[in-house]
Design a protein around this ligand. Structure first.
Ligand code: PCA
Length: 326
């Protein structure tokens, strides 16, 4: 592990251009936690290509998909400590560190793309401040498609979900299990296929995207399209690594990041429809949740928001109020 991580340190190599002039090239490894074919990862690769082009080859970013360098929960700390100069994280995974990170992981606070964009805008200054205090910088954030319920039987209410073996990916998804009487097991996306295949879990909430990537349709037949929340992936950079770049390269990174954010949101919305069709083609039943199931889940959301506001205090409440006014 030590040797592998040592290789991640920013490397500067002297590269020759076609014309023969030498220039310093910085190489960044970018740990990411999701499948190479996932739209977030594809967007990251395009971001990396754009940076390389716009910097005239001065900065080369290599994306390492599927948690191959660091586990999902380790990426943030790796970027903070400089073991990785840059990385992609799921913000909601870090709610226990600070509630602000978990704001977009709360059921039914922001449950459409439009609301999710508004939430992202009011959350951003707080995220910038938090990450800044930890020596990092937020480059861009993109929402996953809306979260629904994968379950191995038909359900019409939360009462019918009691006792399910529930895969959680964040503190909030574990809390949902607790509130509905299911048994939470935390499993990150890279290990989800195996957890499903071995029967460690038989239910979870996530997007059509992760159901497709993990081949959930091989063991679970129903997905209830509850459209409960849209958690965001964020690309974060170690501030010192960023500051070490020359000005034009920094600008190239920021410009490519702004474009990646815009492109990523569009991809997410577009692929949401595609993933649902793809799941149905694989034999999965895409279900409209019953009014009772929706009402039950909204109650879960209300409890979680109240808890969140208590933990987050006045700063958090102010952000939620600003969102509600938008
Ligand atoms: N997929 C990720 C997080 C949210 C999502 O849609 C996962 O299930 O791990």
């Amino acid at each position: 592990m030590k040797i592998k991580h040592a290789l991640l340190a920013t490397t500067v190599a002297i590269t020759s251009t076609v014309s023969g002039t030498a220039f310093a090239q910085t190489k960044w490894d970018l740990p990411a936690a999701y499948a190479a074919s996932n739209f977030h990862t594809e967007n990251l690769v395009q971001f990396a290509n754009d940076v390389e082009k716009a910097s005239g080859g001065k900065l080369k970013i290599t994306v390492h998909a599927n948690a191959s360098l660091f586990k999902a929960n380790e990426i943030k700390r790796a970027v903070q400590g400089g073991q990785a100069p840059i990385g992609e994280v799921l913000l909601a995974n870090f709610e226990n560190e600070n509630p602000i990170y978990g704001l977009d992981g709360l059921p039914f606070l922001a449950a459409s793309y439009a609301d999710s964009k508004k939430l992202a805008a009011v959350q951003k200054p707080a995220l910038d401040k938090l990450l800044g205090a930890q020596g990092m910088k937020l480059l861009y954030a993109v929402a996953w498609p809306p979260q629904g319920i994968y379950v191995n039987k038909e359900i019409a209410s939360v009462a019918e979900m009691r006792g399910l073996k529930w895969r959680a990916y964040s503190p909030a998804t574990a809390k949902i299990a607790e509130l509905i009487g299911a048994q939470p097991v935390t499993v990150q996306a890279a290990e989800l296929s195996q957890a499903l295949a071995t029967g460690v879990v038989n239910s979870y909430m996530s997007s059509g995207s992760t159901g497709y990537d993990s081949k959930t349709y091989e063991s679970i037949k129903y997905w209830y399209d509850t459209q409960a929340w849209l958690p965001k992936n964020a690309v974060i950079v170690n501030q010192k690594a960023f500051d070490a770049l020359d000005k034009p390269t920094q600008e190239a990174v920021l410009k490519a990041a702004a474009e990646a954010e815009k492109r990523g949101w569009a991809m997410s919305e577009e692929k949401n429809e595609w993933y649902k069709k793809a799941l149905a083609d694989k034999g999965m039943k895409i279900m409209k949740p019953s009014p009772k199931l929706v009402a039950d889940m909204k109650q879960v959301g209300a409890i979680m928001l109240a808890d969140w506001e208590k933990k987050a205090g006045p700063e958090g409440v102010a952000i939620v109020n600003a969102f509600n006014k938008k």
